[in-house]
Design a protein around this ligand. Sequence first.
Ligand code: SF4
Ligand code: SF4
Ligand code: SF4
Length: 246
Amino acid sequence: MEKPRVAFFDFTGCGGCQLQVINLEENLLKLLEVVDVVSFREATKEHSDDYGIAFVEGSITRRSDEARLKGIRTNAKVLVSLGSCATLGGINSLKNSQPEEYVRKFVYGDKASQYETYPARPVKAVVPVDFEIPGCPINRKEFATVVKALLLGKRPEIPNYPVCVECKMAGNICVFEKRMTCMGPVTRAGCGACCVTEGSFCWGCRGFVNNPNVDSQREILAKHGLTVQDVLKKFLLYTGFSEVAK
Ligand code: SF4
Ligand code: SF4
Ligand code: SF4
C-alpha cells in the first residue's frame, strides 16, 4: 500500500518547530516507516508538489506569502499549522502594535524600502486550516500523537483546559505566590506547565483556551494588584493577533 505523502513548509519563524520534528529521534524512524516525506527544507533537498498532508510552520508576514500558502492549500488534502507563529501569528505579531514604517526601518535601516512586510497573521487568517499544533516550539510528543491520529483517520485531540491544571498536577507552587505573573489560567495546556516547573512562568505560547475565563484571570490579577491590561501588555509576545488580547 502506498504510504501517505507528507510535506513541511516554513514561512516566517525560527525553524524551531521543524527542528522538534527532526528531534523526534527514534520516533522519527518510526514515522518514516509509515509516511513518505516529500518536502522538508530542514532535512532534505528533495521536493515534490504531490502530497496529501502539509505541515506549515511560521506566520504570514508578506502579501506575497499568500499566493504560496494558497498553492500549498490547493495541493494538500489536510493542512496542519505547526507552532505559535503559524497558529497565532506568534512572536512576529509583536510588530503589529508598532507603526509599520518604524518596524521596517528598525529592522532594515536604510534598505527599508526594498523589503516587503505587512502585519503578521496566523495561517488560518489566509487559508482554511484542518488542525493546529500549538506551542513555541511545538511539543514533539504532541506532534507524534497528532500524526498518529491523522494516519488512523481520527480527529487529533488538543487539550482545551488551562495550563494551571497541569501545573497543579506537577506540584508547582503558583508563581503568583512569589509575586510573579502568569498566563497559565487562560492558556491552553498540553506542555505540562514546563516553564513553571523550570522556574519561570507561563508566557502563553500555546494560545488561549477556547472561551478563556478572563473574569477569573482578572480576579487573580486584581488580588495581586495588577490589571489585565498590565499583564496583556507583557504577554502580547505570542497573542498579538488574537481577538482576546485586543
Ligand atoms: S513557534 Fe516558536 S519555535 Fe516555532 S517557528 Fe515560531 S518562533 Fe520558532
Ligand atoms: S497561574 Fe501559573 S504558576 Fe499559578 S497555577 Fe496557574 S500555571 Fe501554575
Ligand atoms: S508553560 Fe506556557 S509558555 Fe511555557 S510551554 Fe506551556 S504554554 Fe508555553
